[in-house]
Design a protein around this ligand. Structure first.
Ligand code: NDP
Length: 340
């Protein structure tokens, strides 16, 4: 755009066909339907990211039926800035669509200084939801997560604080994240007693990290809870982008991320084999990685990240091919069961 460009900033009008192709799955036995693919704002929405790009990703997502946006108090960097940016973009684009959106935030990881800026105390959770709502310009979130378990706080204190947040109208539903199966079972009991609408667990799950298949997925099915799988592309490793080296601007090449180039190099032999399997199925590796998760029993939604609208559009094609032959599943198993 030139400095003398006379075209107006276009007011966003959502695509009227946005609900035509997305599939929606029920979260456990709750009333909530979530899109098969949801969008996370952990990366690419912080203070140092290009806001025009963040806006294009969000608009593209909603235009394709992605109704669920996932945030946390400390997404950025710096902490809080993804919520601030989301709040600005929400005001400019999505305010009139509020009732079509399902917005999540979380508290429980490191956020502010001192003894109350972290973990699972009533003090931390209630202060954090209030901060998040202000940053995002929202009256309520659709789901509020306890981001990680906290062995230092009695689970009952955490559960009652979350219950009160619902009663105060600050969140409609509650979720937990990174909990072990025994912790999920225990907090489910507490939430039942407190009549809290606890609907979902957010857990790391991809072909390169299958640990939740052992105990967590069976526990969620038994307790009739949904599961939303985060980092489904193993932060971008389950794409073809790293096959010929680490590209500039990729997550592994950047500072301030949790993806180390050594991890990419270590996983490369398996990534290459999975990439060949995807080609045989007529998919790209990132599409196969998402399709494979979508056909796993108990998965409500796959929570992707994207650094561009084009990536997002390409990932959405995964919904078109979720059928795997026994042979294909066996081949994927033989390459990835080491990550169980
Ligand atoms: P993914 O595994 O989907 O990784 C996303 C990254 O992969 C993108 O940012 C991009 O990185 C790359 N990528 C995506 N699509 C493509 C494509 N088509 N082609 C090439 N590269 C692609 O998910 P995230 O790790 O980002 O996690 C997703 C969400 O899960 C987060 O935003 C957050 O909401 C949630 N989360 C929750 C956690 C929790 O503790 N509860 C922890 C972590 C995440 P690049 O920059 O290289 O282009």
């Amino acid at each position: 755009m030139k400095i003398n460009d006379k075209s107006q900033y276009k007011t966003y009008l959502a695509n009227e066909n946005r609900y035509n192709n997305m599939l929606y799955n029920r979260s456990g036995d709750s009333g909530v339907l979530l899109p098969s693919i949801s969008l996370g704002l952990w990366h690419n929405f912080g203070k140092y990211d290009l806001q025009a790009n963040s806006e294009e990703i969000l608009r593209t997502a909603f235009d394709h039926g992605i109704t669920h946006f996932d945030l946390a108090n400390n997404y950025g960097p710096p902490y809080g800035s993804a919520e601030v940016n989301f709040g600005v973009l929400y005001e400019q684009n999505f305010k009139s669509y509020r009732d079509e959106l399902f917005i999540a935030t979380k508290a429980g990881y490191d956020m502010w200084q001192g003894p109350y800026g972290n973990y699972g105390s009533r003090k931390h959770l209630i202060a954090s939801i209030d901060q998040s709502l202000k940053r995002m310009n929202l009256e309520y979130v659709d789901v509020f997560y306890h981001h990680r378990p906290d062995v230092g706080t009695p689970l009952e204190e955490t559960a009652v604080a979350l219950s009160d947040i619902v009663r105060q109208g600050k969140a409609l539903y509650i979720g937990v994240s990174n909990y072990e199966s025994d912790q999920i079972t225990e907090i489910t009991k507490l939430f039942k007693e407190l009549k809290v609408p606890f609907i979902i667990d957010q857990a790391r799950y991809s072909m390169l990290d299958r640990k939740i298949e052992k105990e967590i997925l069976p526990c969620l099915l038994e307790n009739k809870l949904g599961c939303i799988a985060f980092s489904p592309l193993a932060q971008g490793m389950l794409t073809d982008k790293y096959i010929d080296g680490i590209p500039e601007n990729s997550r592994a090449a950047k500072n301030k991320t949790y993806l180390e180039s050594e991890t990419v190099e270590e996983k490369l032999p398996i990534i290459k084999k999975l990439n060949n399997l995807a080609k045989e199925r007529g998919q790209k590796l990132h599409q196969m990685a998402i399709s494979w998760l979508l056909q796993q029993k108990g998965i409500t939604s796959v929570l992707i990240g994207a650094s561009s609208a084009d990536q997002l559009i390409d990932n959405l094609k995964a919904i078109e091919n979720n059928n795997f032959s026994e042979i294909e599943l066996h081949q994927i198993d033989s390459l990835t069961k080491q990550f169980l």
